[in-house]
Structures are given as C-alpha cells and as structure tokens.
Design a protein around this ligand. Structure first.
Ligand code: GLU
Length: 309
C-alpha cells in the first residue's frame, strides 16, 4: 500500500506537528537559531517521478549532517573503498555526533564512522580537487545530478556563522592532524566542511536523492547511473547503523528505514527499491533529531508498512 495523495500525508503532518512544541531549534550555529520551530514538511518521491508532499514544503534549509552521506559517496568514488576505510571506521557509536572522546581510545585516532563529525571531517579531507572551490563544485554537481535541480547552492550566511563558531570541529581536526589522519590546512578543511553543511535544499530535493539511492544509485527518470551500486549500498548501510546519531538503534526499531538527519532538522530517508523520503522539522529532540520529523516517519512507516526489516 502506497501513500498516493498529498491529503494522506497532510493528515499525518497535522497530527505530528504538535510535537514541534516539545523540542528546540539548534542555535550552537547561530544562524540556525532563526528557523521557525513549528515548521514541519515531508515529501515522498517515487521511482516513476510521482511526488507527494505536505506541510511547509517550500521552506529551504541547510543539509548539515545530511551532507555526510553525499561526501562519503564522493570520497569513495575519488579514493576507493579501501583507502577511505583505512582512515575512518565502520562502527556505530553511542556517543554524540561531535564527541571527541573515542578519538583518544582509537589507535591511531581513527574515527569510528563517517557519520559523526570526526569521521565526516576525515571524509571531506579526501575529496579530490585543486582548491576548496573545485571540491565544493564537485559536491554540488553530484547533488545537482541526484536532485535534478541545478539551482541548489550554499547558504553563505549559515556557512559563515558555522565557520566562525566551529571550535569543536577545529579541535577534532587538529587532534587528527597530529596523528596523520588528516592532511593539509585545518582552516581550509573547516571552510569546505562548513560550506558543505550549508548547502541549501528543500524536503523535495532530499526525497529525490533518497529515491535515487533506493534505486541503487541510478536515476530512473534519466536512466543515468549517478553513483555506482556498491557505493550506494555502503551509504545506505551507514544510514541504518549510524544515520540518526546515537538514536539509530531506536529509529531502526520504530521506523525501520535507512535515514540520515542533520541539526537543521532535515532527514533524508529511503525505502528500497523505489521510495525516497525528505523531511524538514527544525525543532530537535535531545539527541539532535527532528522531534516531529521522527514522529511523522514513525506514523508513516506504521501506516504504510515501510520498515525494511
Ligand atoms: N555542521 C554541523 C556540525 O558540524 C553538522 C552537525 C549535524 O548536523 O549533526 O556541527
């Protein structure tokens, strides 16, 4: 059974929206604090191009940690699986996304996985390009291809706001640079990382990316292979094991779809072989996931039996 109309989704959004009251908009990146706490939106993109949506779907927001899925795909395309996983692990962590604790117990400072900040910084450090501009351009091209939306760009205000306050991420980088896990200038890496996190999308864009991942990396509408199937499989698996911060286990049980969230309130999800999901709800729970977005996905998954398990 599929959710086929905007009205079906609208009813779920109306029920889930009240949960926005119980969370908080992230403000450790000052520019994110300007989001509307009560916003909630969802889009489902099907393989045949049909898209159903409800809520504040026109609202734009920044990818934040959702970008980690895309940089991982790009870094593996650039460096190969072996090289990437020589520097970053494959194991989930019960620690928060920005924790530094495990770096000191891992030898040699190898981050546990690419979905936490330390791991994502290592991954971004592996993207090919002669300059930050070129590296960011390559990431944007991948996103334009996945979304079929060439207008997607960086929100420079959010990027600057994070760049000016990213002291914890800088410290992760310096620690890893000392141990040879990161190479080059830390400031350049933070500049690229904060820009990748500030790429601005809508939940429809996220749903379309999810749909291409669900279809094993091939855009079914153009029949173009955007990501090799093996790489799509790796990123989808990380979404299951590490995508929802240290709530990934609970999310797998309650919702059961591969997903990745970000502190702006975005969530990308997918149901193989043919549904992509995009959610936006900036009010976050204590683990940093969209509080109403998670509820909404729980309701959606139960009603339409979307759990992959
Ligand atoms: N740019 C954010 C940071 O590094 C991303 C965090 C997130 O969305 O989890 O703090």
């Amino acid at each position: 059974m599929y959710c086929e109309t905007d009205e079906d989704l609208c009813e779920l959004v109306n029920r889930a929206r009240k949960y926005t009251e119980y969370g908080k908009v992230a403000n450790y990146i000052p520019a994110l604090g300007r989001a509307e706490q009560s916003d909630l939106a969802i889009a489902l993109y099907y393989k045949d191009g049909h898209c159903v949506k409800a809520g504040d779907v026109e609202k734009k927001f920044t990818l934040q940690s959702v970008s980690k899925v895309l940089t991982l795909a790009l870094a593996i395309m650039d460096q190969g699986e072996e090289e990437v996983f020589r520097k970053v692990g494959m194991e989930p962590t019960g620690d928060p996304f920005n924790s530094i604790a495990k770096l000191e117990t891992q030898i040699p400072a190898k981050p546990l996985n690419p979905m936490i900040n330390a791991g994502a910084l290592v991954v971004t450090n592996m993207i090919e390009g002669r300059s930050t501009h070129e590296k960011l351009g390559r990431l944007l091209t991948l996103i334009h291809d996945l979304t079929n939306n060439s207008k997607i760009d960086v929100d420079h205000g959010v990027a600057k706001s994070e760049y000016e306050t990213a002291h914890l991420n800088r410290s992760l980088c310096y620690y890893m640079k000392q141990h040879g896990v990161i190479t080059g200038e830390v400031e350049e890496l933070i500049d690229l990382y904060t820009r990748q996190c500030a790429i601005q999308v809508t939940c429809i864009d996220l749903a379309r990316i999810g749909m291409v991942l669900a279809n094993k990396g091939r855009d079914p509408l153009s029949n173009r292979l955007i990501l090799p199937e093996g790489i799509a499989t790796i990123v989808k698996t990380f979404m299951v094991t590490c995508g929802m911060y240290n709530a990934s286990g609970e999310f797998a049980i309650r919702v059961g779809i591969p997903a990745k969230s970000g502190v702006s309130g975005g969530i990308i999800g997918l149901v193989p072989p043919n549904i992509g999901v995009g959610v936006y709800g900036p009010s976050l729970n204590e683990k940093g996931n969209s509080i109403a977005g998670v509820k909404l996905l729980e309701m959606l998954s139960q009603r339409y039996q979307l759990s992959i398990f």
